[in-house]
Design a protein around this ligand. Structure first.
Ligand code: ADP
Length: 558
């Protein structure tokens, strides 16, 4: 704008300057011309009067006085009789000259003629004398064009000076005009912001538009904040991309789940977060307008990726990608599948024996004396089945969650006492001594049913995997915030390699030995689930051939 104002002022100045120069030159030239004509006219009259009185001699006297005028005496037939500049004998007949014809016919004549180069203009005045001769006076003047050429240098200098002056002035003026515009304060009150009355409506419009934009921006920021707050609170990852897979926005869970630790990913391709073929295919497919679901493995986690096309005006403009951590669900599914397979297998073995013995008896293949023996085997296998099914029911109930059990204050000492009493006959059969050492009652908040089952399984194992005449010690102690219950035996111990796995469902160190002594592989798994239910920690210490100690650490009831 400043440049434009500056240029406009300069151009206007130049045009005005040149136009003024042309006009002034024209006016001056016309006035000089008129002046000259009237001078030549009156001189013609004077000279004519002189010649009338003194004859041609008068002209000779003038010769020495004034050389600026050309004086010619022409006879009535056009023959030049006298000329103060040229040789008369060499001059041609003047009867065709305009001023001569006018003077001859009307008494006085005048005319103007330009030289060949147009650089000069000659003014002629002629007057008829009483003897019919014509006296003519001529004066030469520079034409407008030659005056202009003659003055070109000084005029150019003046134009240059004027232009410099004009540009300095233009710069000052343009600065003065634009400065207040640059300093317009749109934060001031509506009626105080502008200095030019002419731009007040424009200022007002911009002012109100600015306020509207500010309000809209504020609202958009608020919305963005809300959106960020909601999405950041989500444990699921959310990524929004444009059509060229560049990330427009994402929440904090998305890079965490995808294991991306780089700097801000906005503006980068979504494939910088994950490059697995499954993820790439899902995003590409969603950008073609399809809802796509897939699962990927990242840092040992199983993630479910749901890529949806973002549609605007019936056109896909990007993708919204939702990422869920389904590791737990996937693990649970695997566990469930394994559990079902294991249960079927565990049920099948005793059932096959039962059906085998029953078939032998049915076909009369068993001698009479061996029938009780066969029946006892069937009985034992059926008992094993019942124990197994009871354990499965127990573990399924624990799997279902806390809803199935009532919790209240329980004395671990009392429950342990009951367990020992019920297992004592079995222990005594193998000469195993059972002992309970208790500091206090060991009161905790819990479910009697589960606690009984847990202590029973621990003591049962301590007897099953003990040596003849071994010992089982149940110990209950209390600290400021914990109640500890440990079951220690002097049995066969657990190899180091198996210590981590004995709490898994159906895991047994020695499968055939466990089965022989009626193990189901679910006892310690029930203990583990019971501990989780009560918020208790489990620790296992065991030395091969020396014994095992399993400790449960319950939070104390407040
Ligand atoms: P099971 O019904 O076979 O006893 P558990 O889940 O109770 O199943 O135990 C899993 C495995 O851990 C057992 O098969 C056994 O090998 C081992 N185990 C459990 N308790 C003891 C213990 N006190 N001493 C030695 N081994 C044990």
């Amino acid at each position: 704008m400043k440049k434009r104002i500056f240029l406009s002022i300069c151009i206007v100045c130049a045009i005005v300057l040149i136009a003024s120069l042309i006009l002034i030159l024209g006016v001056l030239q016309t006035s000089f011309s008129n002046q000259l004509l009237s001078e030549v006219k009156s001189e013609t009259n004077f000279i004519a009067a002189g010649v009338e009185k003194s004859g041609i001699e008068y002209l000779n006297t003038l010769e020495s006085v004034d050389k600026s005028r050309r004086i010619t005496l022409i006879a009535a037939d056009g023959t030049v009789l006298y000329d103060n500049v040229a040789n008369v004998s060499e001059m041609e007949n003047h009867s065709d000259r305009e001023e001569f014809i006018q003077a001859r016919d009307f008494g006085f004549g005048q005319s103007k003629r330009y030289s060949e180069t147009l650089s000069e203009k000659t003014v002629y005045c002629a007057k008829r004398l009483s003897d019919g001769n014509v006296i003519r006076v001529a004066s030469t003047q520079y034409s407008s064009f030659s005056v202009f050429i003659l003055l070109a240098q000084p005029v150019a200098f003046i134009i240059l000076v004027a232009l410099i002056l004009a540009s300095v002035l233009a710069s000052v003026v343009s600065n003065k005009i634009t400065k207040p515009l640059n300093e317009i304060d749109f934060d001031a009150k509506e009626d105080e912001g502008t200095v030019y009355e002419e731009i007040a409506p424009l200022y007002s419009k911009i002012y109100s538009q600015k306020r509207t934009i500010e309000r809209q921006l504020e609202a958009a920021k608020e919305k963005q904040k809300e959106f960020a707050m909601i999405t950041d609170a989500m444990s699921e990852g959310l990524i929004i991309t444009d059509l060229s897979t560049d990330i427009l926005s994402y929440n904090s869970s998305a890079p965490k789940l995808l294991g991306y630790t780089g700097e801000d990913a906005v503006g980068k391709s979504v494939f910088t977060l994950n490059r697995t073929p499954e993820f790439t295919d899902a995003v590409t497919s969603s950008l073609s307008g399809n809802h796509t679901e897939t699962s990927i493995e990242v840092n040992g986690k199983t993630l479910s990726v749901m890529a949806n096309p973002a549609i605007k005006d019936e056109k896909t403009v990007g993708a919204a990608i939702l990422i869920l951590d389904i590791t737990e669900k996937a693990n649970r599914d695997t566990l469930r599948r394994e559990f079902t397979a294991n249960v079927s297998h565990e049920l099948k073995t005793p059932l096959t024996s039962i059906s085998g013995f029953a078939e032998l008896i049915k076909d009369g293949m068993v001698k009479e004396k061996d029938v009780p023996d066969c029946a006892e085997r069937i009985y034992n296998e059926a008992s094993r089945l019942i124990t197994l099914i009871n354990d499965i029911i127990e573990i399924s109930a624990l799997d279902e969650g806390a809803g199935n059990y009532k919790t209240e204050a329980q004395s671990l000492k009392k429950i342990a006492d009951e367990v020992i009493s019920s297992l004592l006959p079995i222990a005594e059969k193998r000469g195993i001594k059972m002992e309970l050492q208790a500091d206090g009652d060991g009161i905790i908040n819990g479910s009697r049913e589960i606690l009984y089952e847990m202590i029973y399984n621990l003591c049962d194992n301590a007897i099953k995997y003990n040596k003849e005449n071994g010992n089982v010690t149940v110990c209950i102690s209390e600290s400021s915030d914990k109640v500890l219950l440990s079951v220690e035996d002097t049995g066969i111990g657990i190899p180091d390699a198996d210590k981590d796995r004995v709490f898994e469902r159906f895991y047994r160190v020695d499968k055939s030995h466990s089965r022989e002594i009626g193990g189901t592989g679910l006892g310690l798994s029930i203990v583990k689930h019971g501990a989780i239910f009560h918020g208790a920690a489990i620790s296992l210490e065991s030395t091969l051939d020396k014994g095992t100690k399993i400790t449960l650490s319950f939070p104390k009831q407040k």
